[in-house]
Unconditional design. Structure first.
Length: 229
């Protein structure tokens, strides 16, 4: 399997990022050695798709870290499955549709990063999954977003995934989609408010913004949690 650099999106956050395409059909276990990445024992019996996605994501993470001047780095997984980044580094990994991407930074004011790639939902999925992703108070903002985009639920789903990834390094526990409520959007950002206190620095009412962009098939969202000035 070849991991080929790809630039389907230009990230809006000003941090080191790297993306790559890959082919699940071409995957072999020897690809881990080819890209100097260990095959985790817990993935030894996983299907090819899971292994290929993991390898592609870790390769992108390693390349993003090299852009920061870091040596070749193995990004392990915590018990929570969250990537374990080097000290002083915040990073995030995502993959979908044989495209992987990672972002990393060494800015001490950044407490967490989150990016998420998603294939656009079908119209049927956009309709059927609303109750699982949307809170009742999000309806007005969702309807406004629907006027500008044909895949509003995909955007919100992806944004909430990015929010979770960005906030997790601080919160250090699982929290659901209902913890973030969409309140409005602009041409390139979705704005949310927290519906519950997740941490002493993330009280109920905290506003969180997420960058978004789309192409014909995919959505990319990006979220950055910074320390208060």
């Amino acid at each position: 399997m070849s991991l080929t650099p790809a630039e389907l999106f230009t990230p809006q956050l000003p941090f080191a990022s790297y993306s790559s395409t890959f082919s699940v059909a071409a995957y072999q276990d020897s690809d881990f050695s080819r890209y100097t990445q260990p095959l985790p024992e817990k993935l030894s019996r996983a299907v090819a798709k899971r292994k290929a996605e993991y390898l592609a994501g870790r390769h992108c993470a390693s390349q993003a870290l090299k852009m920061l001047g870091q040596p070749h780095t193995i990004i392990a997984s915590a018990e929570s499955r969250a990537p374990v980044w080097p000290s002083g580094i915040q990073g995030t990994i995502t993959h979908t549709q044989e495209l992987a991407m990672a972002m990393a930074c060494d800015d001490p004011s950044v407490l967490g990063l989150g990016i998420d790639l998603e294939k656009k939902m079908t119209l049927r999925q956009e309709q059927e999954l609303q109750t699982q992703i949307l809170g009742k108070t999000e309806r007005p903002a969702f309807e406004q977003l629907s006027k500008d985009h044909a895949c509003p639920l995909t955007l919100i789903f992806s944004a909430k995934e990015s929010i979770f990834k960005a906030l997790y390094p601080v919160v250090q526990r699982f929290f659901g989609f209902e913890a973030a409520c969409l309140i409005e959007h602009s041409d390139n950002q979705l704005h949310f408010t927290l519906t519950e206190t997740l941490h002493e620095i993330l009280p109920q009412g905290t506003q969180v913004s997420v960058y978004y962009q789309l192409n014909n098939e995919l959505v990319l969202t990006e979220c950055c949690l910074r320390a208060a000035p």
